[in-house]
Design a protein around this ligand. Structure first.
Ligand code: PGA
Length: 228
């Protein structure tokens, strides 16, 4: 099981210092801090990811490329998070290609909006997002995070059956279209109270955790439950 913490822009320097002082004992997790705090997290026995990259052929104030991330020793990148998809019209396929070419592991987020939250529309949305990968050099280092947009930061989650069905669909489609077995994480309001239930879903390969990953006690508890 892979556990990824997406700390978004929740933390201040003080929060990060406290977090780091309690981080020992965390292994085999990926933490994606705010960019400014990344150096604090490197060489601490965890894997470090970046929350987004843009493709290298663009010059954009305030952004970071795969090449820069890799040169810092970052191993993972999230791409296509719904908060980015909503606000920035990013070229996701180019960013994924760039990440792969720079040897970053990609966590590609896909998921339906509340308006697409019914079997047919959800499948259609997932298919559209998966089809964007058609020109990717290799999907070997790509992990998909299935994150229903309506579940992110809302405290709401789909039922285990719904998650299982959609993860099954994603895996089947990726196999059909690209011939590979992709790993799929679930993300959206995962916390210490629902992790016992969510970890029972048989085909989920891990979790992408936002808010709950910023509280080190809660995050450790979640990791403990998942690894139990
Ligand atoms: P959340 O965020 O766990 O706070 O819902 C998940 C995410 O955005 O990746």
């Amino acid at each position: 099981m892979l556990i990824v913490g997406n700390q978004k822009n929740y933390m201040t320097t003080k929060d990060v210092k406290e977090y780091l002082s309690e981080m020992m004992g965390l292994h085999n997790v990926v933490i994606c801090p705010s960019n400014i705090f990344i150096p604090y997290y490197l060489k601490r026995g965890i894997h470090v990811g970046i929350q987004n990259i843009i493709s290298t052929d663009q010059v954009v104030t305030g952004e970071i490329t795969a090449k820069q991330a890799r040169s810092m020793g970052i191993e993972f990148t999230i791409i296509g998070h719904s908060e980015r998809r909503e606000n920035y019209n990013e070229d996701i396929a180019s960013a994924v290609n760039d990440a792969i070419n720079n040897k970053l592991n990609v966590i590609l987020c896909i998921g339906e909006n509340i308006d697409d939250y019914n079997d047919k529309a959800t499948n259609k949305k997932l298919k559209k997002q998966i089809s964007e990968l058609i020109n990717i050099v290799s999907l070997e280092n790509v992990i998909i995070a299935y994150e229903p947009v309506w579940a992110i930061g809302t405290g709401k989650t789909p039922t285990n059956e719904e998650i299982e069905k959609n993860v099954e669909y994603i895996k089947r489609l990726v196999k059909e279209l690209y011939g590979i077995d992709v790993k799929v994480l679930y993300g959206g309001s995962v916390n210490k109270n629902n992790i016992e239930t969510l970890k029972e879903i048989p085909n989920v390969d891990g979790f992408l955790i936002g808010k709950a990953s910023t509280n080190i006690t809660e995050f450790k508890k979640i990791i403990e439950v998942v690894n139990d």
